[in-house]
Design a protein around this ligand. Sequence first.
Ligand code: FAD
Length: 462
Amino acid sequence: MATASITHLDRDDLDVIIIGAGFAGLTAATRLSEQGRSVLVLEGRDHVGGRSYSGEVAGVTVDLGATWVAERHEAVLDLARSVGCTTTPQYHHGDNLLTMHGERVVWSGAMPLSGPVDAEDVARVLEEFSTLVETIDVDAAWDSPRARELDAISFGAWLDTLEAGVSTRALMAVVARVQWGCSPGDVSLLHALRYVRAGGGLEHMLAVEGGQQQDRIAGGSQQIATRLAERLGERVVLGAVVEAIVQDEERGTVTVRTSLGDATAPYVISTTAPAHRIDIDFQPDLPPQGQGLARTWTMGSLSKAFVAYDRPFWRKDGLSGESIIDGGTFFITFDVSPSDDGPGVLMTFCDDRLYDAFTPEDRRDRVVRQLVELYGAQAAQPVDYVDHCWGTDSFAPGGPNPSIAPFAMTSYGPALAEPHGRIHWAGSETAGAWAGTLNGAVLTGRRAADAISELLGATTGV
Ligand SMILES: Cc1cc2nc3c(=O)[nH]c(=O)nc-3n(C[C@H](O)[C@H](O)[C@H](O)COP(=O)(O)OP(=O)(O)OC[C@H]3O[C@@H](n4cnc5c(N)ncnc54)[C@H](O)[C@@H]3O)c2cc1C
């Protein structure tokens, strides 16, 4: 049965209302439904998946949002298997390219450490960073031994204190833009350390084989969400923008007011990113720490463009299609072609500041021009193009992750998953291990479902 397409919502026969049909929300809904609970998922967009969203280029399904899963992402891999989705390895054969200070070099491995890159300096800075990562409490970064000190400085300012070299800074700037959709100077060092700790360490986060970029979901990651939603059927309502959540402690209920009408249940799980909690009128209001969280955990912004060619021509030249660029419209590319026979598809990560404000035609021209600089004249003849600017999404904009400034982690982090009365929180940001990934989102969906299940069990004796 398809998701519900309704014009008026009026339900009071529910156990749990779940806000958001991303991986966290759909996981929670599936788990509670399997336990016989009556659930309703309210999604503001016209599709499920949240930050997992598919597009098409030259007939190939591509991930405009989340792409990769790692071997260690067991929760999302289990979920994929449960709905019959499989993985496909990220193409990773041949040499990679680096363009830095105008110099173009080939490299292999997890990081470019030759040519214009000062390998010794990179190693020195990464060692310092990794030592700090080890000190982070992944479940409560704000309680880590030097939390206040590490949260009082930006990642960029910390690089200044180490007198990091130009090439080290350039590489760290790419990491920040991919991970948090911002510059190193915009993000708290503690936040950066927490995300790297949660992602299994820098080595795991940067690697393809055995690391975070190892596999993609065949047919696109959104397919997992679509299949989960198909199973949930009319328990998922699209186009239902949650505007207010009103708790009535006397009656033991929560009423969720949406653009389509109201729904009432004993408990709510909200999976919106912390920044999007601010768009909801909570009655009673969130406590000061919860309000601060919603105000300061702003989303970073990343754009993705996919360029298709008849064939992955770079493969014949022994190139992997992987590249890092220290400046320009895009700063990373990967080869996501279905096979050697074509079409050839390059996925590029674009800097929102140099991309989002242009017309679709200009965006395409800028990316293609930069690809010609990297891969030569053959790159000038694409057969198709598609992109997505997460920062300018009309609903729940931003991603991949929050980019939070100094002090926002220690001041407001404890409110991430702290229930507000009958409202429980899930979503990738609220995860400990694997925060910032699909896997983290799934783990939080499970966690919130189990907490509510226990509470319902306590009240109904089931
Ligand atoms: C460009 C990009 C690349 C990424 N790459 C990867 C990757 O390769 N691997 C990986 O593991 N992760 C990646 N991520 C991160 C991953 O997508 C997220 O961590 C994960 O999808 C978050 O899932 P979630 O369910 O917690 O939140 P979301 O997917 O954000 O779901 C929350 C849902 O709540 C809805 N919502 C918000 N407010 C309201 C409201 N008021 N009313 C109703 N509905 C509302 C939203 O529309 C959304 O659908 C990437 C993300 C982006 C954007």
